[in-house]
Design a protein. Sequence first.
Length: 130
Amino acid sequence: MTDEYYTWNPSALGISFMISAGRITIFRTTLAALGYPEYYRFMFNSSDSRFAIQACSIDDAGAKHMPRLKSSDHCSIKSMKLVRYIYRTCGWNTRLSYRIEGVAVPDKRLIAFDLTSALEIHEGRLKETE
């Protein structure tokens, strides 16, 4: 691991995971890129550590209602089982939270995240994972 800390670009599409709270935080920029959908679904490919959030309709498999966005700059979703599974699959340190920058795939209405490029959050500062 390097000792270099990173500054997060506030315009970047992002997501973070925190196992202690079982929380997935979707940044406002990500929600905006998805068009603030009413319904979403998570997709996770454990074989290559790819994660995605896709805007969808109520009738799509795995559809969940998006929580109401308050005045904050993010939306938090609780899913302890999914977060634990991701941590275990990625080999992440359970004492840390992780932030990942996403890439928009507009024709599929999704934001894709490569979890192998996750940044560790150390006391509010971002570091590259080992």
